[in-house]
Design a protein around this ligand. Structure first.
Ligand SMILES: [Mg+2]
Length: 267
């Protein structure tokens, strides 16, 4: 039996404030030793994820922008699968909606409903850096969005309700991560994990999938894996929006909880 580990990055494998994965290194090393694929599944962009792929030398497929696309390195699988397009490095399975369309819809809603919405597309690299705590280079990579606009809403609960109903009326969806709202198409992390899981199953036969997350945008992923874990958010609490009893709650914040969950699973 082969484990496959799917993980969120921000607030889960990497610390919400420092963006460090240091606390999770023992468990990351265990996965490497045992030849268990570690698949990043995050709201981050392809450009941002590639930094982590290079640093942790995983070489495995990854899922960007809340399930917007699956990037599979060429020759990673022996089995066949259908992709949307290929680049020099990857076969890409696209599930998301084009970024410029998402931006247009969001800006139109903000204007017509008089909502104070600020997206990454409205912000400079410096502003994204200040707001997220990312360094300037990382902020620049975070702005290279393809399938998901991250934004802030400056408003009350009523504004939030208006925004949600207008997004849905436009045939689009929303989700919320640790810091931002996201406007997306039909994609979510769960759909992307399902597709990639099917390819892994073709390749390995008997597999068991593991998923780790911290926020509501991880819930679709946690629902479709065999072993779901929810780590604590930076305030030391589990996300109250996830009430599913099947999700294993880990008593540790972000990468500390991640390390505990994977270490205990593999003991
Ligand atoms: Mg997160």
């Amino acid at each position: 039996m082969q484990y496959i580990v799917f993980t969120d990055l921000d607030g889960t494998l990497v610390d919400h404030d420092t963006y460090s994965y240091e606390a999770a290194m023992p468990a990351i090393d265990m996965l490497k030793e045992k030849g268990i694929p570690l698949v990043f599944c995050t709201s981050k962009t392809r450009a941002e994820i590639e930094v982590y792929v290079d640093e942790l030398n995983t070489g495995h497929p990854f899922i960007s922008e809340n399930g917007g696309a699956i990037f599979i390195p060429h020759d990673y699988f022996d089995v066949d699968y259908v992709s949307s397009r290929s680049t020099e490095k990857y076969d890409i399975i696209e599930l998301g909606t084009d970024y410029s369309l998402l931006r247009n819809v969001l800006l139109n809603i903000a204007a017509s409903e008089d909502l104070s919405v600020t997206g990454f597309g409205d912000m400079t690299d410096v502003e994204v850096s200040k707001d997220t705590g990312l360094d300037l280079d990382s902020a620049c990579l975070a702005k290279q969005r393809e399938y998901d606009e991250a934004f802030k809403l400056d408003g009350d609960e009523k504004d939030a309700e208006t925004l949600i109903s207008k997004i849905q009326a436009n045939g689009l969806n929303y989700t919320r991560g640790g810091r931002y709202w996201h406007i997306i198409g039909e994609n979510d992390k769960g759909k992307a994990v399902n597709i990639l899981t099917q390819i892994y199953r073709k390749q390995y036969g008997d597999i068991k999938t593991v998923g780790l997350g911290d926020s509501l945008n991880d819930y679709p992923m946690l629902k479709v894996v065999d072993i779901p874990y929810l780590v604590q958010k930076h305030n030391g609490k589990h996300d109250p929006k996830i009430m599913d009893a099947k999700v294993n709650k880990v008593e540790g914040i972000g990468p500390v909880g991640w390390n505990m969950a994977i270490s205990e699973l593999l003991m």
